[in-house]
Design a protein around this ligand. Sequence first.
Ligand SMILES: C[S@@+](CC[C@H](N)C(=O)[O-])C[C@H]1O[C@@H](n2cnc3c(N)ncnc32)[C@H](O)[C@@H]1O
Length: 363
Amino acid sequence: MTQSRTPQTRAGTSVMAGKGVYNEHSQPQHVAGEDGVPMLQRAAAALPPHALERITIVDYGSSQGRNSLTPMSAAIDTLRERVVAQEPISVVHTDLPANDFAALFETLQSDPHSYLRDRANVFAFAIGRSFYERLLPGATVSLGWSSITVHWLSAVPCVLGDQIFSPLAGPQQRADFARRAADDWRRFLGHRLVELRPGGQLVVVGSGADEQGRSGAEGLMELANAALQTMVADGLLAREDYERMVLPTYYRTAEEFTEPIAGDWPDGTFALEECTQTDLADPLWQRFAASGDTAAYAASAAGFLRAFSEPSLFAALAQRRAPSEVAALADGFYERVRVAIEQRPEQARCAWRLVLMRIAKRA
Ligand SMILES: C[S@@+](CC[C@H](N)C(=O)[O-])C[C@H]1O[C@@H](n2cnc3c(N)ncnc32)[C@H](O)[C@@H]1O
């Protein structure tokens, strides 16, 4: 096992699969976002009057936007009940520079569920910059939203050798990831604290962990890791390439999420208004349970895995190999995953843990 390799730098590698692929294969993330909508509506309803002028809503980590349509529509409609039709509402979507922003704008323009349809005086913008940096001028954001994003770390703290997923790593490596995640979360919150108006609110739907640090997707990720190991054994993937492959994610427990807010955050400027935990219903599994169609289930679960993992897992290879070679390796890997899921569908069933938080900047 390799524990001491130089961590890969990975600017831009936490993005989702491009060309609109993430939009097509992110139904579990969509369901997670829907779980947070009532909390976002409560946040919109709780804004003080001075936060209702020149309203700006920010969607931190939007990806290609389809999963943002329902929450943004719900927030706008709740705010519209409180402000006159002439009051403009701006929606700012942010993501990493390498995000597929063309797919985002196309979604906002053409999707029948776009919040821009049938809503007057609503304006959409986008920012391509990491949310671990300042994104907007101080005290300009009324409402913030971030769904299934903050488990993506600012960098990989260490490679994992014979694993690709931090919940399955050894204690030392997990501790490295936990430290990075704690720093990142404080950084994320610190910037949002500056950006929010006094009385402004931030809702975070976090991909979380149980007390043992397990995300609920360990079965799927073990299966994926085993598929990579068979590629190494078959001579298709170099061992040293495999050992560099890692997802830059960490799944925080509810305590890890709330500690900086409930604890010693400077001046008590943040208030944790709500925090709930739930297990995400797996929509892919539910469809399989209804249809019994193993082949369709395997294709959808492999497609889901590919849409969120391919750019990160294959980034290290892209530095050393031709794009066509990397693409062929990725095709081969996700095909093996698909076949393995078809053989053992139960192992790919996920019960992602969610931690939902509503955080207010004190007025
Ligand atoms: C699983 S997707 C979630 C997208 C969308 N919020 C949803 O609910 O479907 C995670 C998103 O977070 C973005 N992301 C990861 N790290 C980021 C960072 N440091 N700054 C901004 N966005 C980031 C990724 O590019 C990706 O679009």
